[in-house]
Design a binder for this molecule. Structure first.
Ligand code: ATP
Length: 610
């Protein structure tokens, strides 16, 4: 998954995001740089102060002046550090938010195939922890890395002007630091990336177990889930320790070598001072300068580690941002002269990206007339859902074409296609908002309020979702994360209502009534026929009652359509069809809908909401 890129090519990709705030970042950098220059000036004043106080007959005024200048410089340095923070914090937060929004936007845009491949925790950690770290790096790490490097360079030059012999000793200590720094960079980059990926996997596990908490509890698997989580958390802990060890060793090297140089320098410095080659003031100033640059050198390990972390954060970010959405609108979208809803599959073959050699749908040709209800029947795994998902272009066909009123789906603008086609799946997803907002999610925009309300009421009626009025706040009741407080049958009816409210020309229903009892299903189908008389409907059916209500039925076997006809015709003529129908579920799978509807009216608000 991870592509190798150089440090600078990764970091340079931040530039378009940083460009708008560049002036403030530069101001922040200048403030920090100025603070360092001020810090480096202090030893020079110190030199005057020492030399003047040691000089026989030296003036007390000069000593006082030098002391006051040192105090003033100290205050200025503190002020400049505060100014740096002032300049960078706000813009860095802006960049973080913008990058987060563009990531979210891109995730919405990316194909279902992409989301099939990526764990939700990996995306979550990229959107949250990674970008949070990047902000801290922009506001502090990056600036301080530049300032530190410049401070050290300027400091070494100043040291050379004072005593080239002593400066050489310090420069000699820099060579092993640089060599070790190079090795540190390679090792730390790898482990930093590993820890970020492991944190993403851990987030996926948390997300999955919170999502599947009922299953885990019901099957008594909480302990196994905990052990699995513990294993992953332990793995991350080990990686973090490896990371910390690398950093600790590097920090030791960058602290120890300058200290050794300092000791050696002190001996040589005292010798030089005793021979009169170096004044005492210059000696003091030299070591004060060495002390000023010692702090940035000690921090260089941490700053380098932050930079390497930032690099892998950016690599991870752009892995997602570089993934292209292959399901896009053409440059010149087409639409049918008149939208009737004739749906036609022409030699359609489809294979998932991760199994390109194993087509799930094979050479299917099928024409569904405008307003017709076509049921898809087949044993489990025969490709019914796969076929349906091609209609709203959740996936694109691998070969052949699907048309609506003669226009290839790929010629429509994607936005328009998804107003023409609406879907409801067996596995419903509801959002954390009110029933009303969930239902009206796909409704045509710009409807006048009254018409919108009428459409909402009619939709609830068609989907037999009257229970919404009995909820504590009626249809404005918040239905919680993924509507968990609703029963399976209720959730399905909300999802069906959402598809109907979109007023589509083509309605694609992937067994959305499976959790309902036969009577409710029958009522829904009757109402659907009345209200959506002109709507072409393609429905996966798992019950004879659903099949019987369709105008025609297409039989799928191993990804191919082997027969098309009315239910009666196929029953009479096709053995496999009889076999499939006999194996379909004749009984309601879940009687909760009727029971709950009647119970709800008599229940209090608390019982309903949980
Ligand atoms: N993302 C995927 N990558 C590869 N294969 C997949 C993917 N999703 C589904 N499949 C496979 O595609 C095949 C057809 O699945 P599909 O859900 O279309 O069958 P179905 O007829 O709707 O079954 P059911 O009646 O049980 O819902 C199955 O073998 C399934 O394992």
């Amino acid at each position: 998954m991870a592509k190798q890129t150089s440090f600078f090519s990764s970091i340079s990709r931040l530039y378009p995001h940083v460009r708008p705030i560049l002036p403030r970042l530069v101001m922040g950098l200048l403030s920090a740089l100025l603070a360092s220059v001020v810090a480096l000036t202090i030893p020079q004043v110190l030199r005057v102060l020492v030399n003047e106080s040691l000089r026989p007959g030296g003036s007390a005024d000069a000593v006082w002046t030098a002391s006051l200048v040192i105090l003033g410089l100290g205050v200025t340095e503190a002020g400049l550090v505060a100014l740096r923070r002032q300049f960078v914090i706000n813009p860095a937060t802006t960049v973080e938010t913008r990058m987060r929004v563009s990531l979210y936007d891109h995730l919405q845009d990316l194909t279902v195939s992409f989301h099939d491949r990526w764990g939700s925790g990996q995306l979550l950690s990229r959107a949250m922890t990674d970008l949070n770290f990047l902000r801290r790096w922009m506001a502090f790490g990056a600036i301080m890395l530049v300032v530190t490097t410049l401070t050290v360079v300027i400091g070494v030059v100043v040291m050379f002007t004072m005593s080239w012999q002593l400066a050489l000793i310090f420069l000699a200590a820099a060579v092993p630091i640089m060599v070790y720094g190079f090795r540190f960079r390679t090792r730390f980059s790898k482990v930093a990336r590993r820890s970020q990926d492991q944190a993403g996997d851990l987030a996926t596990t948390v997300e999955e177990s919170v999502h599947g908490i009922r299953v885990l509890k019901a099957f008594g698997r909480s302990r196994e889930a905990l052990e699995n989580f513990n294993g992953q958390a332990e793995e991350l802990r080990r990686t973090e320790i490896v990371k910390a060890k690398h950093l600790a060793t590097f920090s030791l090297v960058v602290t120890l070598l300058p200290e050794l140089a300092l000791g050696a320098g002190l001996v040589v410095g005292v010798l030089l001072a005793s021979t009169g080659e170096l004044s005492i003031g210059a000696l003091v100033a030299f070591f004060a300068t060495a002390a000023v640059i010692a702090t940035p050198v000690e921090f260089s390990g941490l700053l380098l580690a932050m930079a390497l972390n930032a690099k892998s954060v950016l690599d991870r970010h752009f892995e997602v941002m570089d993934s292209v959405n292959t399901i896009t609108s053409p440059a010149q979208p087409r639409r049918p002269a008149e939208l009737k809803g004739a749906l036609s599959f022409n030699s359609v073959t489809f294979a998932y990206e991760d199994a390109p050699d194993k087509p799930i749908v094979k050479g299917i040709s099928l024409a569904v007339e405008p307003g017709e209800t076509m049921a898809l029947v087949g044993i489990t795994g025969s490709g019914k859902s796969a076929l349906l998902q091609l209609v709203p272009r959740l996936y694109d066909v691998t070969e052949g074409a699907i048309t609506i009123d003669g226009v290839d789906l790929r010629e429509f603008s994607v936005e328009e296609l998804r107003t023409v086609v609406a879907v409801a799946f067996e596995d419903t997803t509801l959002f954390s908002s009110s029933v009303r907002e969930n239902v009206m999610l796909g409704a045509p925009a710009g409807l006048p309020a009254e018409e919108r309300e009428a459409s909402f009421e009619q939709t609830l009626d068609v989907a037999q979702a009257h229970f919404a009025y009995s909820l504590p706040d009626g249809p404005d009741t918040l239905i919680g994360e993924e509507g968990l407080s609703l029963s399976g049958g209720q959730r399905q009816r909300i999802a069906l209502a959402r598809a109907i409210a979109a007023r589509p020309r083509v309605l694609v229903l992937d067994d959305p009534l499976s959790a309902l009892d036969v009577h409710t299903e029958e009522r829904i189908e009757t109402r659907l026929r009345e209200v959506l008389a002109d709507t072409t409907t393609l429905i996966v059916a798992h019950r004879p009652s659903t099949v019987a209500m369709a105008d025609r039925v297409a039989l799928l076997e191993g990804g191919r359509i082997t027969a098309v006809g009315t239910h009666t015709e196929l029953l009479a003529a096709n053995r496999h069809y009889r076999h499939v129908i006999a194996s379909l579920d004749p009984e309601p799978r879940d009687l909760d809908s009727d029971l709950l509807d009647s119970e709800l009216s008599g229940l209090g608000a608390e019982e309903v909401s949980r």
